[in-house]
Design a protein around this ligand. Sequence first.
Ligand SMILES: [Zn+2]
Ligand SMILES: [Zn+2]
Length: 289
Amino acid sequence: MNPLNDWINGIRSLLAPAMICCLICSKNGRPSAGLPGICTGCEAGIPWIRQPRCQKCGRHTGCPDCNRSGQSAPILYNRSAVAYTPVMRELLGRYKYRGHERLAPLLGLMLDRAYIQLKAYIDHPQNFTQVQSRQLPEHHFLRKKRANPASLWHADLLVPVPVSDSRLMERGFNQAERLADVLSRVRRIPQLPLLVRTHHTGKQSFKSRAERIADMKYAFAANSDNSVKAQFNSWLSQVKAPGRPLQILIIDDIYTTGSTIRACAEAVQLMCASHRRDAEIYSLTWARS
Ligand SMILES: [Zn+2]
Ligand SMILES: [Zn+2]
């Protein structure tokens, strides 16, 4: 090789971004600018949920669940980052079951997009289709929030959905807690493991909707660990929420029927009520099935 070619190649490698081995497709490619560890091709293929069809649960397809009558709604809104396509399922499986820890920052930053969406909707619901803003009834709580433009929404606390002790032994980590860690760092929102699982609910994926809901009814309780209780008390005494309820965000990897999230929201709601604090509970989930 002649020295001029060496020199040109040297300059070229300085100018072009280094190739990476992509965490999704495992091929060498140009790195995405916004998400760590994946190629631009895979980034372009991520099934982001940019316009949920259901503003309540963040679902991208038609949603019969939120319209079912008589269903109480302990969470105000859920937002999910992506649709649970086969590629996303594979990615989550590698992270969750095979402990592919390098995926945590990627998935966590993807979850942050859902945070941005949730905040955008609560702060400016009028931007999300005309029909939606006409649908907001006169006393809708989003109207009250908008009455004070100085108070833009942010979450005061993140609470990850807990896994059972046996799951924790099996996997070595709680995937929801790891996702919450990333969000907590990026958004500077404290995170507390307020909940524990009271019984092992088995594989939810093999159960019917009704079975899942019945199963989840008493699946979560307040974490009785003394250090967690102390941290919660200290958080309650310091949190700045002038003239408004606490705004708490439940974090999980996937939203299927919402029964897990609702059960967690009820448990958190009870904990806040026992401290005589009103709380609005929201959820963020990485994928929506
Ligand atoms: Zn790729
Ligand atoms: Zn819905």
